[in-house]
Design a protein around this ligand. Structure first.
Ligand code: GLN
Length: 237
């Protein structure tokens, strides 16, 4: 935090990761705080900068395979940042952002690359890309259903210490069909929320945004009634 009352949001590598406007997750978090009269600051950290290590919230977006390999090695080279993601703050990582936090990820030729090792997950390519709308039942209490769209080749396997963020209702999520009804989506550890959902996911799913904000501020936030947003969600759920 920059002051006791300002929530800082570290938007990591918006110049490398951020397909489908995932950077908008930072805008949503900051605006939902400001609508409640709270102060927020978004710190954009591009590849040439030393990343901030004292943020309340960190965000990583999705990206193409080459971009994500760069992002993975960038992350590994910033050990203090990795420590911050593990031990302070709350992190939301989307798609490639999720994959690079894991132990390993294999490219489409099957070659394995190291991730940052902050999550006990591994990612391998599916036979076919998973593309389209996705709906899940989120495991976080009070968050309900999540909607978004997915576009990824990676299939992600969770280790024993990691839970999925939710169960797939429709779409692919972490795994392969025909297990879609039982399939998990995303990953949850103590401080990291990972998901394949774009949208940006927090614009589509305000309850998830408020869950992250409640974690970061240490208190449940007063509800915000935004009828347009509810109407928009009804198109997808
Ligand atoms: N490159 C990764 C994959 O295809 C992630 C894609 C993304 O972030 N949208 O699995």
């Amino acid at each position: 935090m920059t002051t006791d009352s300002t929530i800082t949001i570290g938007l990591l590598l918006p110049d490398v990761l951020g397909t489908y406007s995932d950077s908008g997750n930072a805008t949503v978090l900051a605006q939902r705080l400001r609508w409640r009269g709270m102060s927020a600051e978004v710190l954009r950290c591009t590849a040439g900068q030393a990343p901030p290590t004292g943020c309340d919230i960190y965000l990583l977006g999705g990206g193409e395979d080459t971009a994500q390999l760069f992002a993975a090695s960038w992350l590994r080279s910033h050990r203090a940042l990795c420590h911050a993601l593990e031990s302070s703050g709350v992190t939301l990582a989307v798609c490639a952002g999720l994959q690079i936090l894991g132990r390993t990820m294999a490219d489409s030729d099957g070659r394995e690359h190291s991730g940052a090792g902050l999550l006990d997950i591994t990612t391998r390519p599916r036979r076919r890309r998973a593309t389209g709308n996705i709906v899940t039942d989120c495991h976080l209490p009070g968050v309900g259903q999540l909607c978004g769209f997915e576009n990824h080749r990676g299939a992600t396997t969770l280790g024993p210490g990691v839970r999925p963020l939710g169960q797939v209702v429709s779409g692919v999520g972490n795994g392969e069909r025909p297990f879609a009804r039982a399939a998990g989506e995303g990953a949850l550890s103590e401080r990291i929320i990972g998901t394949y959902l774009h949208g940006p996911v927090l614009a589509r799913n305000p309850a998830l945004a408020d869950h992250i904000l409640a974690r970061a501020t240490g208190a449940a936030l007063p509800p915000l009634e935004l009828p347009d947003q509810a109407a928009l969600r009804n198109n997808y759920l």
